[in-house]
Design a protein around this ligand. Sequence first.
Ligand code: OOB
Length: 538
Amino acid sequence: MIEFTPWPPEQASRYRDAGYWIDQPLTHILDAQMAAQPDATAIVCGSRRFSYADLDRLSRHLAARLAAQGLGHGDTALVQLPNVAEFFVSFFALLRIGVAPVNALFSHRRLEMSSYAQQIAPRVVIASRAHELFADDAFCDELRAGGVRHILLLGEDAPENSLAHWLTAGPDLPDTATPTPADQVAFFQLSGGSTGTPKLIPRTHNDYDYSVRASADICGCTAQTRFLCALPAAHNFTLSSPGSLGVFHAGGTVVLAPSPEPLSCFEIIAREGVTMVPLVPPAVALWQRAVEEDPSRRDKLATVQLMLVGGASFAEATARRVPELLGCQLQQVFGMAEGLVNYTRLGDDAQTVFTTQGRPISPDDEIRVLDENGDPVADGQPGALATRGPYTFRGYYRSPDHNASAFDADGFYHSGDVVVRENGYLRVVGRIKDQINRGGEKIAAEEIENLLMRHADITHAALVAAPDAHLGEKSCAFLVLRDGADKLSPPALRRWLLAQGVAEYKLPDRFRILPDLPLTAVGKIDKRRLRDSLAAPA
Ligand code: OOB
């Protein structure tokens, strides 16, 4: 069994009694469609189409082959795939035999992947030759030396390592191969993080499945839904809010796109009759600009009914222009891989939809908005968000020290967001966690600071958010150099960071060299002063 922090028994039984936890594995999402409409299209991936029966068959083939190699409960997998059908095939295959995957983002590089591998000690890695890390065998050899037994690659010819080969018919899936029990870990979500190492979030079948079912309902998913999966498929927003899983649950179709770039997405939307689109705020702005540049492009979006926007602060002015420019309804989403997801509701008035980030999925999501002393603030006042509920996790994987500060004695998770609550709806107005939200991509300041301080010429580093007109925030690294060090150029610093193996989106957008960093009264780096010293958006 994979260890995780369980919910206290009295809460668990309350969540069962309320019908949130139904003690079914996540694979029941696929099983239900196999029973109801096996021939319906589950996935469109470029020119390839996969019915629910195809998805079921391929994932069972992979599951059977992995089970034949002795993989099962207690084992983990590290998966890194772009937005392709094989992502879902692998996900269901691993769940089917009780192997818990970490689904890394395709933008992750050596540092992130090594950290995940170190934390979960995977027996199997599923990845793509199209990623630089897997373009040759060096990283694969490292993984094997660390205990990985099987590496299955998209775009590989050698049968033993070819994912395509592992998807062909082989042994039967033994009856003994089952998903993990529904109250146990199904897979890991990735934390945006604010600490030195990327943290993992164990999600159980019960808790995740509830968030998927409830989200599908709140967002009005049906068998007619055609959902554009253009953001990374593994991200919690794209996977479960309502995400591809919510769409599968309703029997609809997931249409994959490699990225949210507007012109290619517009073509896919027109060709496939897409009805629902999740986007991060900077992508919405790009889509709006594309329509403003050429209003005839709006015709391509004629079938889109609903746009879900979340992941980062969404300016009210941009929100208001969604119906007018893109011709669809807006639904705001404020969620986190750790659990809690808020939505504006489809019947909400325009003011609520344009100015709030919604209210929680569940009547049993408990929300506290707290002042600096941990006391509740009055409605309408900003405070730190703390939450617990039927699908909010109770602890990061193997991180007792961090858990001690991220959770309070009542088991509430402190998300690090500053929110205002009014009439049960939340507005996100700030952040106390040491993170940069670069257009929805999260950067833990400490991770990059630690990395920068490994540079021989750098003695101190502080990474802060700088306002940016397009992305909302960019990152700026303030550096103190060693006495006598040569001036470091930003391109040289970026090259050096890349050589350390960090994901590109985490590279500082700007660098500032200072003689020393300003300190607060208690001797901590005064990041507020550093932030204030940066210019307002250009
Ligand atoms: C989503 O998940 P994560 O884990 O990448 O990031 C969570 C954090 C939140 O704590 C908050 O700081 C920020 O992202 N955030 C928002 C937001 N939605 C997320 N900040 C302002 N406005 C919003 N609407 O980002 C995520 C997970 C599920 C659904 C949607 C987003």
